[in-house]
Design a protein around this ligand. Sequence first.
Ligand SMILES: Cc1cc2nc3c(=O)[nH]c(=O)nc-3n(C[C@H](O)[C@H](O)[C@H](O)COP(=O)(O)OP(=O)(O)OC[C@H]3O[C@@H](n4cnc5c(N)ncnc54)[C@H](O)[C@@H]3O)c2cc1C
Length: 441
Amino acid sequence: MPDPARSHAVVIGAGMAGLTAAQAISRHFGKVTVIERDVLPAEAAPRRGTPQCQHAHMLLAGGLKALQTLFPGFENDLAEAGAVKIRAGKDLRFERPGFDPFPIRDLGFDIFSMSRPLLEAVTRRRVLQAPNIGICMRSRVTGLVASRDARRIKAIRYETGDEPAVTVEADLVVEASGRCGLTLQLLEELSLERPEETEIGMDQAYASTIVERPIDHNADWLGNIVLPSAPASSRGAFLFPIESQRWLLSVGGNHGDAPPGDRAGFMDFVRSLRTPTIYDAVKDACPLTDIVRYQLPCSTRRHFERLESFPTGLLAIGDAFCRFNPVFGQGMSVAAQEAVILDRLLAEDVPEERLARDFFAAIQNTIAAPWGVAVSDFVYPATRGVRPADFAQRLQYGIALTKLAADDPEVHRLTVEVSQLLKPQAALREPALAARVMALM
Ligand SMILES: Cc1cc2nc3c(=O)[nH]c(=O)nc-3n(C[C@H](O)[C@H](O)[C@H](O)COP(=O)(O)OP(=O)(O)OC[C@H]3O[C@@H](n4cnc5c(N)ncnc54)[C@H](O)[C@@H]3O)c2cc1C
């Protein structure tokens, strides 16, 4: 007998968080409706609702694993769609202060590199194969509706074009709008407490363009990452191989050091990077797109897990829950990992009154490692927010760990597994390893 409390779920937003959440929920609900304000392209193409999609988007190995769990065979789908297979540690050159490049070693696993629109198109295609998921496009959710006793969510309201607003009943509503505005608005309407927010204000700026990747490019790498010499400079860059023999180049700086939007200024910025590798690779490459820019003032973590009361049947996921500085390449992977956790909780038949509390508690572990990385923005004196009391010590630990990783392939592999969200950050504090790191500090 189908559970009457699990007949219809609504997911707001068809970005990576919304799509993966919809897939997770579809295994446990009669019907899932994803409501998206954009018209979604049939193929991989940028769209207005996700302006960040034209910038470099790395899918970490932990995110790939989560996608593979939700959509068995996902790696094949990516490869067939033209994503570039990358051997971790080998094909992507990593230049960081003191190590230009970091030692090149085969770390034993593959990741895929592609444009964000391609990743989203592949994911969307898989979602639409589920017979009980429907995507309602060009529809903007304008409000959430609570039950009369204000204890649970009952419905959502949305508008399509100029047509009158429609109300749709739902047993579960997941806000994956990237912003969280609807949930916060509902909490205010119900006079419920809003979640506390932790912010790390770094004013990250991006500028990106796509260029042809020359067939005869004969370096021993497919892509390159240049890390800045922080805190003196925040200028860094990603050059990622993407589908159709192209490179996506994103450069960035923070606290006002924003890359220009005209091509000459953009190329000057590329030339000013800490190493010449990327400039030399792209200076004669044929540009295929204009330069696009993006600014993000801060990383934001909303502490839903601390709330005493929260409406039953409502969840926030992905960027709506926690948004990271994009330079660390974590948002999509964390969203997919959160969806896997949601799938598990639904499979365990967690009662609906406990679902939000258990979900927000369970994803704290998932958030811990990427948030620990986001905190490293405090290396810049201008960064706003509450610097952890032990920040200087963490920084020293990180520097010593990096030195050790350069010398020891096993430590190298472990640090990459943690940064790729395959292992928890606690793995870097195991006593035997910690003792070796401390000895170097
Ligand atoms: C410049 C930049 C670079 C990045 N690089 C990386 C990277 O390398 N790796 C990585 O993993 N992450 C990266 N990210 C982060 C990544 O884009 C997000 O974390 C990820 O897309 C998850 O977002 P989401 O699905 O929660 O929100 P979004 O991707 O923002 O999707 C939200 C969706 O909701 C829709 N929507 C919003 N409001 C409504 C409404 N009221 N009604 C209906 N629909 C609505 C929007 O149209 C959109 O489709 C980057 C971000 C930026 C800004």
